[in-house]
Design a protein around this ligand. Structure first.
Ligand code: ZN
Length: 95
């Protein structure tokens, strides 16, 4: 469904919060990957075997993040690089 032009857009700035899209935690784990639009923490990357040779959805891996850095550092860096801010912006559209 496409919202009409006069839809109300409410944005909420959540600040520099980071949560793994698989487990909702993972800030302090190391590394992580971006797969599709999902940011996955270091632990879930391991437990879901994302970086293993026979992982099925390999073509969806967008970025593999630095294991010397925490998942949080990596996500904030990525956000800054792609959106210009480290903050998570939540947009609620209603009509
Ligand atoms: Zn996780």
């Amino acid at each position: 469904m496409i919202p009409p032009k006069d839809a109300k857009r409410q944005t909420e700035n959540l600040g520099p919060v980071v949560a793994c899209d698989y487990c909702n935690y993972g800030e302090e784990t190391l590394g992580g990957v971006l797969i599709g639009s999902y940011a996955v923490c270091g632990d879930c990357t391991k437990s879901s075997k994302i970086l293993e040779e026979d992982f099925e959805d390999k073509e969806h891996i967008v970025e593999i993040w630095d294991k010397e850095k925490t998942f949080k550092e990596n996500v904030l860096e990525y956000r800054k690089r792609t959106t210009g801010t480290e903050d998570a912006i939540k947009t609620i559209i209603s009509w």
